[in-house]
Design a protein around this ligand. Structure first.
Ligand SMILES: Nc1ncnc2c1ncn2[C@@H]1O[C@H](COP(=O)(O)OP(=O)(O)OP(=O)(O)O)[C@@H](O)[C@H]1O
Length: 294
């Protein structure tokens, strides 16, 4: 198996006039990996992805996909499936006609029935695109990525607008593709999806990586949290706590078990109920919240 990374980005810079959207960004995506590019609004994710997809030329730096420049479309495009946020299918075409068109555009071969089955649109084969629901359109967008079984998939917010069943179905399809070695680059605003499915995460903020690593690596340096509500007036708490906007208390701790025990014993002694008590390690959403202060 080749050990060359599927994607290599070195010192990437993208500017728009005077505006520096991506600054000296470097990362690699290895074969078979699911890499999530996450970040705050305007962080530079789309600018980065468009460059890696070959849709945009960088201001400086090197980008290689399968060891080639992504601008070398003949070499790279047939091996790459891209699910954009909106594919812009012609409204008057049927689902089958649209999927057939993907083959022409990507120069990959596949059976239309197989693709419809994978994305769960077999029952809509003869329906016009204009008559599809939002979620069904999103599944048609997914078809553009999986058609012909490419080695590398770009999924740009793939589950936005999908109900929970369709999301699960999409992720089990992605799982199956990954079993065959497909590499996936994901962007999403659903942090729990990245947390659940990504091998590694690049967390962008203001054009550069704020952090990069596995979910465990990203959250390890942060304290665990305990949240709870109390009836007013409450006696003095046994631990330092912050008051959140909704009135609940927040305890940040590197000794979760010990502090939780202290708190529970205190509540028991005072005959108090800790309402909506929740305790656990920091999640990705807390890492994101911390970015707001960066
Ligand atoms: N064509 C353009 N001309 C000028 N500025 C641009 C252009 N495209 C993007 N920008 C700016 O570059 C920055 C990065 O934009 P980009 O779309 O890459 O961010 P993003 O991380 O994808 O954001 P979001 O999560 O909001 O989609 C933003 O401040 C944006 O306003």
């Amino acid at each position: 198996m080749s050990t060359t990374p599927v994607i290599e980005v070195e010192q990437l810079n993208v500017t728009y006039g005077d505006f520096h959207a991506v600054r000296d960004l470097s990362f690699q995506v290895r074969r078979g990996e699911l890499y999530a590019l996450l970040g705050t609004n305007g962080a530079g994710k789309t600018s980065t992805l468009e460059t890696v997809e070959g849709h945009r030329t960088q201001t400086s730096g090197t980008v290689r996909v399968f060891g080639q420049s992504p601008r070398n479309r003949r070499a790279v495009r047939p091996r790459t499936g891209i699910m954009l946020q909106e594919s812009g299918f012609t409204p008057d075409l049927t689902v089958t006609e649209s999927v057939r068109l993907i083959g022409t555009l990507t120069r990959r071969t596949d059976r239309v029935e197989r693709v419809l089955d994978i994305v769960g649109l077999t029952g809509k084969a003869g329906t016009k695109v204009s008559q599809l629901s939002g979620g069904e359109k999103r599944r048609l967008d997914f078809a553009t990525a999986v058609y012909g079984g490419p080695e590398l998939l770009f999924l740009d917010e793939p589950t936005t607008g999908l109900d929970i069943q369709s999301r699960d179905a999409l992720w089990s399809t992605v799982d199956r593709l990954r079993e065959n070695g497909t590499t996936v680059v994901l962007t999403t605003h659903y942090l729990e999806e990245a947390q659940q499915y990504a091998d590694r995460i690049g967390l962008m903020h203001r054009g550069t990586f704020h952090r990069e690593g596995t979910v465990a690596e990203l959250t390890r340096a942060l304290p665990a949290v305990i949240r709870f509500g109390l009836p007013a007036p409450a006696p003095a708490l046994p631990l330092p706590a912050m008051r959140e906007r909704d009135g609940r208390y927040l305890v940040e701790t590197f000794g979760l078990q010990k502090d939780l025990y202290t708190l529970l014993r205190w509540a028991e002694d005072h005959g108090l109920e800790l309402r909506e008590l929740a305790a656990g390690p920091t999640g990705l959403d807390d890492v994101f919240r911390a970015l707001g202060d960066a």
